[in-house]
Write a new protein. Structure first.
Ligand code: GUN
Length: 285
């Protein structure tokens, strides 16, 4: 049997360390605060935002929630971001994606002060990541690296195949892995012979958003598999469940895999909290 990497336990440990940092900052007069902006009523986004706010509370981070209507004006959204940028009591700003059609996500994300950009999506932080000078790093890729670090000491020369080229996961995780001197192949929906490419990998990061895409025969014996997928599927009896990008029941020959749920998801939120505290810490000088 392959080893299951326990994302929940690792996230709890990281959040405990974050809570201790919050306490330390408080005693020096800094009260770490995260502003969360949710536009529209996407049910999945609503669940994620509630989870993020709940975890903030547990770690002692103050959260300020801003909900805007789906048909809100992009100018109003940018004005809100300007106000949060200027507010010294706010250390992190998060705009939950996706934004409704009609709002230009690029323009909105560009508006966030890079020092408060706890998602790491601002071009300045993207640039810093790609040049290896650390700004704020996107939460899911950070969480993936921590999960991998629990089973891999040395990445030099390892073949890593990333499935998915999104700005949120695929591209930034490829940058982090390159920094560790892995040989990184980024694949996507147009990639030919994907099973053959995946089979050459020592590590697979599956972030395609395609349920059970990665089958047993795609995975080399002893490979490490990180499953970033979270797709909600409805069963015949009407109940719904979350399914990852990997057919985990076919991966007994892998060295280690992350479960869905309970793998990458909890780490993403724990990294959001740690990024918020890092931003507060840096702002405090
Ligand atoms: N939507 C899906 N993933 C993310 C994320 O990591 N951050 C934000 N802001 N929105 C998302």
């Amino acid at each position: 049997m392959s080893m299951m990497i326990d994302g929940r336990a690792m996230a709890r440990a990281l959040s405990d360390r974050t809570a201790a940092s919050v306490e330390r900052l408080r005693t020096s007069g800094v009260d770490p605060a995260l502003a969360v902006i949710l536009v529209g009523d996407n049910p999945a986004s609503d669940i994620y935002v509630r989870r993020k706010i709940g975890e903030c509370r547990k770690a002692g981070i103050r959260s300020i929630e801003h909900r805007l209507a789906a048909d809100c004006d992009e100018v109003a959204l940018c004005d809100l971001i300007d106000a949060l940028n200027a507010d010294p009591a706010v250390h992190g700003i998060l705009v939950q994606l996706p934004l409704p059609a009609g709002i230009d996500a690029t323009r909105v994300l560009d508006r966030i002060d890079p020092a408060k950009d706890v998602d790491g999506f601002h071009p300045v932080n993207v640039g810093r990541l790609s040049t290896g000078t650390r700004g704020l790093v996107p939460c899911t890729p950070l969480g993936i690296m921590m999960l991998l670090d629990s089973v891999i000491d040395d990445y030099r020369g390892l073949n890593v195949v990333v499935i998915g080229k999104s700005n949120i996961v695929g591209k930034p995780v490829a940058m982090l892995l390159l920094e560790r001197e892995a040989t990184v192949t980024v694949t996507h929906i147009e990639t030919r012979n994907l099973p053959d490419i995946a089979r050459a990998a020592d590590v697979i990061v599956a972030a395609a958003g395609a349920p059970h895409l990665v089958r047993g025969y795609w995975v080399k014996p002893g490979a490490v598999v990180i499953d970033v997928g979270i797709t909600r599927v409805i069963d015949h009896d009407g109940t719904s469940r979350i399914v990852g990008d990997c057919a985990t029941h076919e991966l007994d020959h892998a060295r280690a895999v992350t479960p869905v749920p309970g793998g990458v998801g909890p780490m993403t939120i724990a990294c959001l909290l740690s990024n918020t505290v890092m931003a507060a810490d840096r702002m405090a000088g």
